[in-house]
Design a protein around this ligand. Structure first.
Ligand code: PXL
Length: 273
């Protein structure tokens, strides 16, 4: 609840994942389980399961903006999450529409699904800059951070430098997620244009079921920011929620399966590392 006794209002702008593991569906589950009020603006509809993406239809940019207007002009939002964009036109129109938004904006620069299928073409990635500039926090994984800083790959000792470079270039805060690295520790760095804010580490969970992990983390972070939590605390809770959901994965599907959002009932203080 916020000061008015109502749930924080969170708008997720993202793609639909028919299998319920990632995208809009992961966002609604996450926001709801954390006590937020979820609204959506769908950028693309994907036919998808744990094996891959079988089809994509991108929405017309007018309809994406109409969905945003419908939500913001009436109910309003305390924070906004942006995920899969679908086209450069959608990215540019959103950057323009959200330029004066007063709450936090979390931008997850989605490029590839966990199954390996592409979710953004080169032109769309080229338009990410406009959204990074209006974002409060950008949440790339290591391959995305490499692409956004024009590196072939990022070794563990290069993560901080790459994140700093991106934070400076776009004048934003970067949460660089270490989950795609190897090693038994997953380390995430939070970096602003003026330097390191924090780093978070935990033992890697050995599981193939990570479909929608990035969506879940960014939606949880957006919800905690919508509650008015300070950034590092919001990240701590978002990581704890995501880790608990990974631990509760139901094991559905033949491929990289979905998380168990529905089973995350309560985060204990011990989870918040
Ligand atoms: O996790 C990235 C992602 C974002 N958006 C949609 C997705 C996925 C991954 O599968 O399907 C719609």
């Amino acid at each position: 609840m916020n000061d008015h006794g109502t749930p924080p209002r969170v708008l997720s702008i993202a793609g639909s994942d028919s299998s319920g593991g990632a995208g809009i569906q992961a966002d609604i589950k996450t926001i709801t389980m954390l006590g937020g009020y979820a609204m959506t603006a769908i950028t693309a509809v994907t036919a998808q399961n744990t094996r891959g993406v079988q089809g994509i239809e991108v929405m017309h940019p007018d309809l994406v903006i109409d969905q945003v207007d419908s939500c913001l002009d009436d109910i309003g939002a305390d924070a906004i999450k942006i995920g899969m964009l679908g086209s450069p036109e959608i990215a540019m129109r959103l950057a323009e529409r959200l330029d004066n938004f007063s709450g936090a904006i979390v931008f997850d620069p989605v490029m590839v699904a966990t199954s390996g299928s592409d979710l953004a073409d080169e032109a769309t990635i080229a338009a990410f800059g406009a959204l990074m500039q209006i974002a409060t926090v950008v949440t790339p994984n290591l391959p995305e951070l490499a692409a956004l800083t024009e590196r072939e790959e990022i070794l563990p000792h290069e993560v901080f430098d790459a994140a700093s470079e991106l934070a400076e270039a776009q004048d934003t805060i970067v949460l660089a997620k270490g989950g795609h690295g190897d090693g038994d520790q997953v380390i995430d760095y939070v970096v602003s244009s003026s330097g390191k804010i924090a780093s978070f580490g935990h033992a890697r969970i050995d599981t193939p079921h990570t479909h929608g992990t990035g969506c879940t983390l960014s939606a949880a972070l957006t919800t905690m920011l919508a509650y008015g939590q300070p950034l590092t605390h919001a990240i701590r809770i978002a990581r704890a929620f995501t880790r608990a959901a990974i631990e509760q994965a139901p094991g559905f599907g033949d491929g990289s399966g979905p998380l168990g959002h529905q089973a995350v009932r309560k985060l204990s203080a011990g989870d918040e590392t």
